[in-house]
Design a protein around this ligand. Structure first.
Ligand code: PGA
Length: 260
């Protein structure tokens, strides 16, 4: 696993955006896995800026989002459909029919989950998956206890996640209890993983994910099983890492990515 420590949120977001651009430079029709939450916002802003400056083209890109709240229609302001449209899709040129987000309102969840997995496969698999991390160590909505080989399915949100996400809703009771989410196994099938984390509330989860044992109690620790995973953190999120000097030594010696 590559660990990249940046001075602040802005630098971290720029470095993450550059990893996406590097993939698009070598594969303009790449399949991107998208994440929601506050943390990837800076990364999306940077990609939008680069797109508007003519430096990155999304016209051949396909996307798959990690998850969606069960029960929220696409036009609900807290749905992940709405989030992605607001913060990213309306600002770039991804063809509408290439955008895939799990449905929060399907009448048949098992069938939808199977279809979503099949659709990822039919599109050739995910080239780069963007990830955030929950303060309980989750990736997507794979809460503690999720099987490390799980596939897209319904999950019950943990109390911690409901508390964390209550800030976006009028009341804690309004936070949906269920979500449809890619599984840890689905995520591990992506060719490259890029996890972003910022702020001191993430320091413990990052230390556990990067330096703790691989365990379903911290599903982000499954990144240790992946051959090409980058964890990008700011100073505050890096605070619990014990091998920091080593990560910085490796990163400083890394050659720049080849340009197409
Ligand atoms: P956040 O969410 O970026 O809003 O902190 C991260 C997550 O739960 O994956």
């Amino acid at each position: 696993m590559e660990v990249v420590i940046k001075r602040d949120y802005g630098q971290m977001s720029k470095a993450a955006a550059q990893l996406v651009v590097d993939v698009l430079n070598t594969k303009p029709n790449a399949v991107l896995g998208m994440a929601t939450g506050s943390t990837p916002l800076g990364l999306y802003q940077e990609l939008v800026r680069l797109h508007q400056a003519g430096q990155v083209d999304f016209s051949r890109v396909t996307t798959f989002n990690l998850d969606e709240y069960v029960g929220l229609p696409a036009n609900h302001p807290q749905s992940y459909h709405y989030f992605m449209h607001e913060h990213f899709f309306q600002h770039v040129n991804i063809p509408r029919h290439n955008i895939n987000i799990p449905s929060g309102t399907t009448s048949n969840y098992p069938a939808f989950c199977q279809w979503y997995e099949r659709r990822i496969e039919e599109c050739g698999g995910i080239d780069l998956q963007i990830l955030g991390i929950g303060s309980d160590g989750h990736i997507a909505f794979n809460e503690p206890g999720s099987s490390l080989s799980s596939r897209t399915r319904l999950k019950t949100l943990s109390k911690q996640t409901i508390d964390d996400n209550a800030r976006f809703f009028d009341a804690r009771e309004d936070v949906p209890v269920y979500a449809i989410t890619m599984g840890v196994g689905t995520i591990l099938d992506a060719r490259k993983l890029v996890l972003v984390a910022s702020g001191k509330t993430k320091a413990k989860a990052i230390a556990q994910a990067v330096e703790g044992p691989v365990t379903s109690m911290v599903t982000a620790s499954a990144l240790q099983l992946h051959r090409d995973a980058s964890v990008l953190v700011d100073e505050e999120a890096a605070a619990g890492l014990t091998m920091r000097d080593y990560y910085e030594f490796i990163y400083a010696a890394k050659p720049a990515a080849p340009r197409a």
